[in-house]
Design a protein around this ligand. Sequence first.
Ligand code: NAD
Length: 503
Amino acid sequence: MSKQKSAESTLAFWQQTAEQTLSNAATQLFIDGDYVDSVDGGRFDSANPANRETIAAMSAANEKDVDRAVAAAKAAFRSGAWSNMAPRDRMQILYRFASLIEENTHQLAVLDTLDMGKPISDMLNVDIPACVETIQFMAEYIDKMEGSVTNTSADVMHYVLREPIGVVGAISPWNYPLLMAVWKIAPALAAGNTVVLKPAEQAPLSCLKLGELFIEAGGPAGVLNIINGIGEVAGRALALHNDVDKVTFTGSTEVGKLMLQYAGQSNMKRVSLECGGKSPQVFMADVGDLDGAVAGAYNGIYANMGEVCNAGSRILVDRPIYDAFVEQFIAAGQHAYVPGNPLDPATTLGPLVTDEAQNRVLSFIESGKKEGAKLKFGGDAPDINGSYINPTLFTDVSNTMRIAREEIFGPVASIMPFDGIDEAIAIANDTIYGLAAGVWTQDIGQAHRLIKEIEAGIIWVNSFDEGDMTQPFGGYKQSGNARDKCIESILSYTQSKSAWIRL
Ligand code: NAD
C-alpha cells in the first residue's frame, strides 16, 4: 500500500481533512457565479450528528434570494450562453465538471460525512464515484439527443425538435446529499436548462461547492445557482415561482404532494417527483443460497443507516423457510453494521441525520413493540454521543402494523411470514408506495410472475440495490412519477416542439 493510501485508511487522516475542509467551507448562497449573502442576512446552523456540534452557519435564502437566483437562471437561459452552446462544447464543460468533482473527492466526501453522518467509506466508494458517473453519462448523451422527421403528407414537411424547458428548480434531500442533487442537475444541465438547486437544510455544505466547480469547469455564470435555506421558505418559494419552468424534487411523499399543489397554484410548471418507499423483499421457499439471500435482506435495510428511499424495509419470507431465515438473519445480521465514528474508514454505521430523526425512529420501535411484533435485537440507541440507533430486527410483523406501513428511514428490519406466492404479491402491493422490490427465487416462472405483478418501478431478482446508469430509478404509486439516471431522465428535462411546414 502506498504511503498516501495507508494514511487514507486512518481516522486521523480524515479528522485532519475534515478540520481543514471545514475551515475553508463556503457558507453563503451561490448566485450568478458568485458567493453572496442572503438579502436579509439570515442564517441557519448545520450540526454534525456524530457529536451534535454546530459545524457551520449557513446563509438562509428567503423569497427575495429565490427571486435573485431565479432571475439569474432566467437571464442565463435567455442569453443562450448555455442552451445554444455547441453540444460538444457543453459536453466538454460537463466532463471537466465531473473531473473536478473527482479531484475534490476528499473535501466533498468529508462535508457530507460531517453534515449527515454517512460513513466516509460510503462517500468514497459509492456517492462520489456515482456523482462523477452521472455527470459523464448525461454529458455523453448531449450530441446523441435527436428530434425526428415524421412520415407525413408529401406536401408537408414535419419535424419534431427537442428543446430544453428553461429554468429548473431542483429540491433535494439529505440522505445522499451530493448524489441526489447531481441526479437532478446533471440531466437538467446536459439538456441545456439552467438550474436553481435548493439542497436539504440538514446537509447544505457539499452541494454549495458544486456551483463553484461548475464555474471552474468553464460553465457560464447564472447557469447553476445554489441556494441553501429552509424547505418551507426557500423550497416553497422556488416551487411557487412563476419563472421556474420545471421543479424536480426528491424527498418525502408528504412534501412531494405539496410540489403538485405549488405548481397548480402558480404557473402549472412541470413536476418530477422521487418520493418515499416501503419496499418489499420477497423470499420464496426455493430461495437457493439462504446465506446470500439473508445478506441481501440485512444489507438492504441497514446500509446507509436505513436512510434509503428504496430500503428493503418489509422482508417477506415464505413459511417453509421462515424459521431458518430468521435464525440466519440474527446470526449474520446482528453485528454486520456496528455504530462508530463516520470519519473512521472502518465504520459502516453512522448516526442518523438529526436527534429528531433518532427520536422518530425510536417512536416507531415503541409502536412495533406495542402492536405485538417481536423485537429480536437492537431497538435502542448505543451508549455513544450522537444520534445513533442500533440495527434492529422485528419478526412476526403483520402488514397492518405502523412499522410495516410507514417509512421509518432508520435501520429497522421487519420480517413477516407469508404462505405462497399469491399472498406474497398481495402483501407486497398492500402499500401506498411503489419504489422498488426484491425477489428471491430459483424458479424463473415465479420470478417473472413477481416481476409482472409487484407494483414497483424497480424489481431486483436475486440481488438488491444494484444498478448502473442505464437503469431508470423511480417509483410507481406515491413513490413518485419521475425516473432518475437513464436516458428517460435527460429527456424529461426537454420538451418537444412540432414544426409543421406546408410546402
Ligand atoms: P423532505 O421531503 O423533508 O425534504 C426534501 C426537500 O424538500 C428538502 O430540500 C427540504 O428542504 C424541502 N422541503 C421541505 N418542506 C418543504 C416545503 N414545504 N416546500 C418546499 N420544499 C420543502 O425529505 P428529506 O427528509 O430531506 O428526505 C428523505 C425523504 O426523501 C424520504 O422520504 C426518502 O424516501 C426520500 N427520497 C426519495 C428518493 C427517490 O429517489 N425516490 C431518493 C432519496 C430520498
